[in-house]
Design a protein around this ligand. Structure first.
Ligand code: ADP
Length: 468
């Protein structure tokens, strides 16, 4: 059953139930707290007296007196006066002897029925009786305090009368129900929207964002849904990006491994079959094999690093290390490697020892990566600069070249995994070197920055804290 139907049923049942409850409770509480006489009771008392008097066949005045006294004893708050048809007093339970003329009698009734609701004047009711052919009058009076404090009368003589009270009565009962109905409907509608949106959540489709500014529980639930949906969306984007990266990696990898492998196989074959012309050609072939093998080794190292990073296994074990010495060694390697290749090398490493708390093998890998890139991608500038500066709390390592540089729009992206400026397969590399460098630097609580002016200066600046 739908919530709306349930609500209607509950509403109808509660209208009927509350009507019954209202009547029952007001009667009950009236009986308990609203003591006193009402007109019906007074009429019944009078009628009882008149019946008793009429049943007397004698004209004995004492009989009438005793009936009135008896009634007065039973109802001390009531005063009974027995009058002859000319208004003369025959008996008064409160001892009065004076009779009434018509004016005096009429005065007793002025301001009725207002007296009923608490005026100072007593309330008087008059009844006529005939006995033995004579007419008598019975006056019943009581103070308004002896009356009930309030009474609700409900008379319907004709159905037309129903119009006069049914509408206000129904409205007064229905307004709260309609208000709650409206409230529940709006709650229902909001839950329905949420339900629909939740149903739409799918990592492949766009997220349905719901607008609900209210601070109540449904509003909170909607906000939680929105943030959950956004998270799912961004995670789906990440997964998609990761998937694209994985696909790209596989295709690049097969290309990047096959090309050097083909060369290695070719040159190894030449050496193996002895088909080289002279010692120089043999040396060249061996050098190419060595270069290509190193390149493949580096690729595999990078892959291993990526796998370790993903598994959270790239453990940094910082120990105090002589950074300047380590850098001098790296530079010496590169000088040997670049010898005769027309590269100007600018080295600015202080002579003294610079100690820093680092994981030396990781930092060395990062620096070598930056230098490899400077040589590979900045080769047009024929320049390689390396500098180490010691600050109070940190050290700065910069690697620069004067090659084609990196366009400003690529500055952020360049540190992302699998990002290569040259999307074709003209260049080498998998686009993971800089992402590994960044992760290594950040795992040392350091920072890496890039500044690039094409053919003037492309500079990677690594800042590392001296103490971890
Ligand atoms: P890869 O491992 O393929 O070399 P990197 O993450 O090291 O990838 O570099 C990403 C991209 O950044 C490279 O494809 C290259 O285009 C660009 N790049 C990196 N260093 C330099 C540089 N010094 N000069 C110009 N481009 C660079």
């Amino acid at each position: 059953m739908k919530n709306r139907t349930k609500l209607w049923i509950i509403m109808l049942i509660s209208i009927v139930f509350s009507l019954i409850l209202f009547i029952w409770l007001t009667t009950l509480s009236g009986n308990i707290w609203n003591k006193g006489y009402d007109l019906n009771t007074l009429n019944a008392v009078s009628q009882e007296i008149l019946d008793a008097i009429e049943q007397q066949n004698t004209d004995d005045k004492n009989e009438v007196r005793s009936i009135l006294d008896q009634a007065h004893n039973q109802h001390p708050a009531l005063r009974f006066e027995w009058l002859a048809s000319d208004g003369s007093m025959l008996y008064d339970t409160s001892g009065g002897m004076q009779g009434y003329d018509f004016k005096q009698l009429a005065d007793r009734f002025t301001n009725m029925p207002n007296n009923l609701w608490g005026a100072d004047k007593p309330i008087t009711l008059a009844y006529s009786a005939s006995k033995n052919g004579q007419t008598y009058y019975l006056l019943l009076s009581l103070s308004s305090d002896a009356m009930k404090q309030g009474q609700v009368y409900f008379f319907v003589r004709t159905f037309k009368a129903l119009y006069s009270w049914a509408l206000p009565f129904l409205l007064s009962f229905l307004v709260p129900y309609f208000l709650s109905m409206w409230f529940f409907s709006s709650v229902n509608r909001r839950i329905g929207k949420l339900n629909h949106a939740l149903n739409q959540v799918n990592i492949r489709s766009d997220v349905v964002v719901l607008e609900d500014k209210s601070k109540d529980e449904i509003g909170q639930l909607t906000r939680h849904y929105n943030s959950m949906a956004q998270r799912i969306r961004s995670q789906a984007d990440e997964i998609e990006q990761f998937e694209n990266g994985r696909r790209l990696l596989l295709s690049n990898l097969s290309h990047d491994l096959r090309t050097p492998l083909t060369m290695i196989l070719g040159y190894a074959e030449t050496i193996h079959t002895g088909l080289y012309r002279d010692e120089k050609e043999l040396q060249t072939s061996a050098k190419i094999i060595l270069q290509r093998s190193r390149y493949m080794d580096k690729l595999l190292d990078q892959l291993l690093d990526i796998a370790r990073l993903d598994a959270g296994a790239l453990e940094v074990q910082p120990v105090s290390h002589n950074l300047s010495e380590m850098m001098r060694k790296i530079v010496a390697d590169y000088m040997l490697f670049l010898d005769g290749q027309g590269f100007a090398i600018e080295v600015d490493i202080p002579d003294g020892d610079i100690q820093a708390c680092i994981d030396a093998s990781l930092i060395e890998r990062a620096i070598r990566n930056l230098m490899d890139n400077a040589i590979r991608y900045g080769k047009d500038g024929h320049f390689l600069g390396i500098k180490l500066v010691e600050g109070d709390d940190d050290v700065c390592i910069s690697v620069k070249d004067r090659g084609r540089g990196i366009a400003p729009e690529d500055h952020e992206l360049i540190f992302e995994r699998f990002y290569r400026v040259d999307k074709g397969r003209n260049g080498e590399g998998l686009g993971i070197g800089l992402s590994i460098v960044k992760e290594i630097v950040e795992s040392h609580q350091g920072r890496i920055q890039l500044m690039s002016i094409p053919y003037a200066e492309t500079l990677f600046l690594v800042r590392l804290p001296k103490n971890q």
